[in-house]
Design a protein around this ligand. Structure first.
Ligand SMILES: Nc1ncnc2c1ncn2[C@@H]1O[C@H](COP(=O)(O)OP(=O)(O)OP(=O)(O)O)[C@@H](O)[C@H]1O
Length: 268
């Protein structure tokens, strides 16, 4: 699905990404984790065929960037951008259909087939939005908008789904609904590969198979989630002592503070 080999990105003479190598196969669910400014979104834009690497190679769905039409390639990747704005008060159903035309608004004189309408309804149901099917974009909660955009990204049946901080700004219920739906998605499409960007380990779906930790534009660790997500490595990644636990497939973190004993100096 994706093969990145020793990629680097330089902007305004400043290295933003360096020495990034990554292979994502069908059915794998990757998370890119790192502090603010670590380079996560820049890497996601390489994977989504939005930008070219300054050095190294990026292959998306078997096509090497630089040798193919980026626009065409982009339409085969489901890229969920939380800043997407339909630009008109479209219904959930219509927003999802714009995934087929890869436009923000409806395309004049374009009409979906009955099969396309049925597919949009199925995805709306899969993302838990059945009751909001006819609701208009401005009336949707942030969580509903996010899930609508995931359904939109799935309309062209992509083999690869890219999610840029999908849980940002969601309350606990919104975040949990999102994670539940991502989980359902992974079960429904076992061959779909995904890459999710986040700062927060609590937001990782339990089906996350692989993780890359980025720090200052470089991979600190990369591989199977359980091998990469250790207290030591996550502490290095965020430059803060962190304790990590995993319960029922979900991760949670605590600052690793020294414990204070009532009868003596702080323990370790
Ligand atoms: N077009 C650009 N020109 C110059 N600098 C850029 C450009 N795009 C990104 N950067 C810088 O590159 C660094 C990495 O940015 P990026 O958005 O990839 O990080 P991130 O890990 O996604 O951060 P955040 O978690 O804050 O969203 C940042 O310091 C950012 O300011």
């Amino acid at each position: 699905m994706l093969r990145v080999t020793d990629a680097a990105v330089v902007r305004d003479g400043r290295p933003i990404l360096a020495e990034v190598s990554l292979t994502v196969r069908a059915g794998e669910h990757w998370a890119l984790l790192g502090a603010n400014g670590a380079g996560k979104s820049t890497l996601l834009s390489l994977l989504g065929a939005i930008t070219h690497p300054t050095r190294g190679t990026v292959e998306v769905l078997g096509h090497r960037l630089g040798r193919v039409d980026l626009r065409e390639l982009r339409s085969s990747v489901g890229h969920v951008n939380p800043r997407h704005d339909p630009g008109a008060p479209l219904t959930v159903h219509d927003v999802v259909l714009t995934g087929l035309t890869n436009t923000n608004d409806r395309v004049p004189r374009w009409a979906p087939t009955p099969e396309q309408n049925a597919e949009a309804d199925r995805l709306i149901g899969l993302l838990g939005l059945g009751e909001r099917h006819g609701a208009r974009w401005p009336t949707l909660s942030q969580g509903e908008r996010g899930r609508t955009l995931i359904a939109r990204a799935l309309m062209p049946r992509p083999r690869l789904l890219l999610l840029d901080e999908p849980a940002t700004g969601l309350d606990v219920a919104g975040r949990e609904q999102l994670i539940e739906r991502l989980d359902a998605l992974q079960q429904t499409y076992p061959q779909l590969a995904s890459v999710l960007v986040t700062h927060h380990l609590e937001e990782l779906p339990p089906g996350t198979t692989h993780v890359m930790l980025l720090r200052d534009g470089r991979p600190l660790a990369s591989g199977p989630a359980d091998e990469v997500l250790t207290g030591d490595q996550v502490s290095k990644c965020f430059d803060h002592p962190i304790r990590l636990t995993r319960t029922d497939g979900r991760w949670s973190v605590r600052a690793n503070r020294p414990t204070v004993r009532p009868d003596g100096p702080p323990g370790r």
